[in-house]
Design a binder for this molecule. Sequence first.
Ligand SMILES: Cc1ncc(COP(=O)(O)O)c(C=O)c1O
Length: 440
Amino acid sequence: MRELCKSKGIPVNEDYTLKSGQPRVSKEKIDPMAGKTMETFKEKQAGSGFAVSEIRKDFPILGDIIYLDNAATSFSPDPVIDAMVGFEHQYRANVGRGVHRFTRIASQRYWHAHEKIAQFIGGSEGTTVFTKNTTEAINMVAQGLAWKSGDRVITTILEHHSNLLPWRNLARQGVGLDVIGIHADYSLDLAALENMITPSTRLVTVTHASNVIGVMTPVTEIAKICHDHGVLLLVDGAQSVPHMPVDVKHLGCDFFAFSGHKMLGPTGTGVLWMEEPVLEPVQFGGGMVEVVSGTGFTTSEGYQKYEAGTPNIGGGIGLGAAVEYLEKIGMERIRHYEEALTNRLIDGLVRINGIHVFTPGPQVPRIGVVSFTLDGFHPHEVAQHLDETADIMVRSGHHCCQPLMERLRLPEGTVRASLALYNTEQEIDMLIAILKELAG
Ligand SMILES: Cc1ncc(COP(=O)(O)O)c(C=O)c1O
């Protein structure tokens, strides 16, 4: 297989495992003027500065637009697109089935992507399952646990609908739902959590970072409370994994869900990590069974048990490439860079008359997701104006968080600017300038 991989430009190690090293570099990636390849750029990235202008060259879609809707979905860099195209052009085949060359290459690459992602979140000892997105991952937990009538789940007012409706849906099985609130500074009411836990509580489910107001939740403290009471903890990491180092072991959760498409990966990719594979699978069929007899079956071990049917193979491999890309830049550096941009954005917004910013102060951990309203304008009007006059793309509305909007008394929702590693100070300044002009 090594020879085959070599002829296809797929890097392999001596022991035939696939290299997690440099992404394939296409000819087009060589800048004839500068005479440098992406490899030399990656080496440069290993230095101390954050070379955002170099990073931006990997994202051809960026062009002249200013994209500040990264909490909804992010863009993919060339190495991710190359990995997906590589699958299609070089070795497309199904995985975990048969013995021919392409299926072995595809299976190994797909398996290796799981390994890379598990390592990326410090979860090598658990089970890392590929899903469509965070929503599917959370639903797998809601449907895969063996509930009994009278069980209760605790969630928070900060949650995206995807971490609310799967639990509301359990009411049909007699499972109750409690919701804890936030303080005036937007931090989570931890005392309420302690008070709310009863012997009937089976699971606490909480977002790691809000997709509306950017506040982070104290997951390690929540995990301690949960474990002291013998309660399971699910963390929705959709808004944290793309922006900071995450270690699920350190967090102490039992389940961790996130979306690949918000962390530079392909759309249609997500992950459910489990410390122990305690869930029953919710889908049954090919690829998830070891033996099928005349009357029964035994399921596979590991992630395969939870990935029935043909998965999104190219997408999973692309997600592996996204993780490699992020790791090369360094999650700590990304966090640091985005923090500075976030502070600049908030400082600029609060100086504009008529703008109200809904974000925690710097004393509360937060990410680069900033919501605001402008007096006299509907959030959709502001978003449309930014797009039409300055090619700035932001999100407006309820952000799939209607209960939080109700709590904040914002019936029309907010405008939300959400950052990624490829955004720049100039883009933030442009946003502020256009808003200042609009505010009059
Ligand atoms: C905090 C949070 N959880 C869950 C989701 C749902 O993600 P997906 O649509 O990828 O399933 C989102 C999407 O914005 C989110 O921000």
